[in-house]
Ligand binder design. Sequence first.
Ligand code: 16G
Length: 248
Amino acid sequence: MAITGSGISLDRLSPTPIFQQIKSILEGAIASGELAAHQRIPSERELSAALGVSRMTLRQALLELMSDGILYSRSGKGTYVAERKIEQPLQRLSSFTQDIASRGMRPASQVLAQELLSAPLELAGALQIPPGSEIVRIRRLRLADEQPLALETSHLPHSLCPGVLNCDLTRTSLYEVLRTEYGVVLGSAKQTIEASQPVAEERLLLRLPEGVPVLRIHRLTSTVDGRLVEFVRSVYRGDRYQLHVELR
Ligand code: 16G
């Protein structure tokens, strides 16, 4: 059923407000693929005429879909369908590679830095190692189907995984290397998540549209026997991620 076609009907007797019904129609068209990512939706004039509703009611539905990140607008150009968000469960200690592959996409990384540093106070404190100890710093732009989703900077004690410095991480999972090459079995992690504005470099690397915020995620990961393994600072695209958690 084309959304501007004649087959759509709103139920004016239903207790569900009209703007909610319009939202559901548009969400349905997106879910079915009738409206694809980055496709422009019909104009407000066309849609309100096709649905037989006022421009004000239609706008209410569109504004909510925009604030839910389902639609986005380009000034003077119209309203478009946003890329589907990745639903990230927070309970599981997973890797980017696992997460992306399990969604049927191709994970990859552009390695921006892979170097040996002597641990500054703050990192030494986080990893509970003496200040000045050698750490490996790996900065990667994480991609799914060639599209950038996150920027991650990992810090690991060098003594734990000396060869990681020379490992090609463009197509390989760091967690997989830690497990298979160094017998490091990860057990738990502590994570904090904050919303923030990207800085210019982040906006450029992540190809972020104007005004889109990011999620800053810090993770401190331990092995099953409680050794601290990595401290990661990540910047995730706010328009592509939705974090899920089950509360009891
Ligand atoms: C995830 C982790 C990151 C970890 C990476 C390993 C978050 C926020 N971050 O992206 O801390 O270093 O996975 O990924 O979930 P890899 O094994 O694919 O290299």
